[in-house]
Design a protein around this ligand. Structure first.
Ligand SMILES: [Zn+2]
Length: 489
């Protein structure tokens, strides 16, 4: 069965044919599938957008590596330099900003968050990527890369300010945006906080910026052009080519990166590396919403992943929760949706942890190869719908629903197959009932419940309702019983 993945470049689902099997690809010879995933700037706690992006990167890698059994090289960068307060070319470097606020070096700010991020994704059962380069480690390569663009006459200099890439000289600039190009252009223009009158075109972007003479910046570097610091998009071009060569298979990131970062990364790298397309498949995951709206701290419509884990759910619940929505659709975080995901996972654990996987498929690494080993036709029923779901642009909700519908008739072969899927792809410990957490109800919630019972006895129903609302706001449910009450999450 062929994997189909949605390619943002062509706006369609395509058969996945890795470069090493592609008759149109010749050089340099590859024996691996190269995957690059754009990671965030490490200057603040991870938000749900970050977590969904990591989850999706892991999902893509696991599909190619364990379901299809290709050798993969997975690269994800830590962006630890030059991140402006917003996405345009102006503003203060975010790392410098936090360094000033917290009285530690910019490198230490990056290091602190690198550790937090790494710990978080380990807890989410995301196995390490092959390379996690830092932007600051490739500064020399970035200098050479930008000099290459300059030597091809695609840049112009604004004295004492920037070297810009002239986007009007690239005939297919903005191709990742397709029909949305005009809309995105308006968006870029509307977003310019300062009037960048010196730019030739609104889409032109900074390749490097000269350091101000009256100010020392921690991340600045010496270069043949003087003291400078790099613009945002060259780093990913350089880091990806360092590990995956000038042309590679899959580039992933979240949709937010399409209009500026990925568009500009394509413009530069296709110019320097002379490859069309530089990356065969461009994959993007959608946003995370909360209660149907964009998460926003200012509207009290936001929750951090750490908060959810500290207060209510486990890492495995969260991991499972991401499986329940296809990566290309909006992920709506609501209390009901995460609760439902937890219930589904627990029900599966209850059923599956009783089953003992045999060593039937121990000599097989890939889920895809299992077919040859199956003894009876009937059990292909399970393997086929799982493969159909995975091959349909990694349709994870369909995978979960297939497991749910077949687990009732599980025999030795199904259990062994499910075990393979669990250890290489799902990784939500379906076979491990030990993990089932005991829910502890915090004392303050118990106190509220007791006050509510008292209010009811006093016939103060308004207060009783108010207390119930408070309990519900803290994500607990209260049910009256003949003797007392019951609290659940
Ligand atoms: Zn990037």
């Amino acid at each position: 069965m062929k994997l189909k993945i949605y390619n943002t470049l062509t706006r369609s689902k395509e058969d996945f044919i890795p470069l090493m099997e592609d008759p149109n690809y010749h050089w340099p010879k590859k024996d691996f599938v190269g995957i690059y995933s754009c990671w965030p700037t490490v200057y603040s706690m991870p938000h749900f957008g970050n977590v969904r992006a990591w989850f999706t990167a892991d999902l893509i890698r696991n599909t190619i590596k364990y379901i299809l059994w290709y050798k993969t090289i997975m690269v994800s960068n830590f962006t630890d330099v030059w991140h402006l307060v917003w996405d345009g070319d102006e503003g203060e470097d975010k790392l410098e900003k936090w360094s000033r606020i917290d009285w530690i070096s910019a490198r230490d700010v990056a290091k602190r968050y690198e550790e937090i991020y790494t710990k978080f994704f380990q807890d989410l059962n995301i196995s390490p990527f092959d390379y996690t380069p830092r932007a600051t480690e490739s500064i020399d390569d970035q200098i050479k890369f930008i000099q290459d663009i300059e030597s091809k006459w695609y840049t112009y200099t604004v004295p004492w300010d920037w070297i810009y890439m002239d986007t009007s000289s690239i005939s297919d600039y903005g191709k990742l945006l397709w029909a949305n190009y005009k809309k995105a252009l308006d968006w870029i223009q509307a977003g310019e906080r300062v009037d960048l009158w010196w730019k030739k075109n609104p889409t032109d972007f900074a390749l490097w910026k000269f350091s101000p003479t009256d100010e020392k910046r921690q991340m600045e570097r010496d270069s043949p052009r003087g003291i400078w610091f790099p613009g945002r998009h060259s780093e990913c071009c350089v880091m990806s080519s360092n590990h995956l060569w000038s042309q590679f298979d899959i580039h992933h990131g979240w949709v937010d990166l399409i209009p500026i970062h990925h568009t500009n990364e394509i413009a530069q790298s296709e110019l320097v590396f002379w490859n069309q397309p530089r990356v065969k498949y461009r994959m993007h995951n959608e946003f995370v919403l909360m209660n149907g709206k964009k998460m926003s701290k200012s509207d009290w419509n936001s929750v951090s992943p750490q908060e959810v884990i500290d207060k209510w759910y486990s890492y495995l619940d969260m991991r499972f929760f991401f499986f329940t929505t296809h990566y290309r659709t909006f992920f709506d975080f609501t209390r009901d949706s995460i609760q439902q995901a937890q219930n589904t996972r627990r029900n599966l654990v209850k059923k599956i942890s009783k089953l003992k996987p045999s060593n039937l498929f121990d000599d097989i690494q890939s889920f895809n190869q299992i077919e040859d080993k199956l003894k009876s036709e009937i059990w292909k029923k399970f393997r086929t719908p799982i493969m159909e779901a995975v091959c349909d642009d990694i349709n994870t909700p369909q995978v979960i629903s297939t497991i749910n519908s077949y687990i009732g008739e599980a025999n030795e072969e199904i259990v062994a197959m499910l075990y393979r899927l669990e250890i290489n792809f799902l990784k939500v410990w379906l076979f491990d009932s030990m993990e089932e957490e005991k829910i502890e109800i915090p004392q303050e919630i118990v106190n509220l419940a007791q006050q509510r019972i008292q209010a009811k006895k006093d016939k103060n129903y308004a207060l009783a309702d108010e207390l119930r609302n408070k309990i519900q706001e803290a994500w607990y449910k209260i049910k009256d019983t003949p003797e007392w009450f019951e609290i659940s999450k």
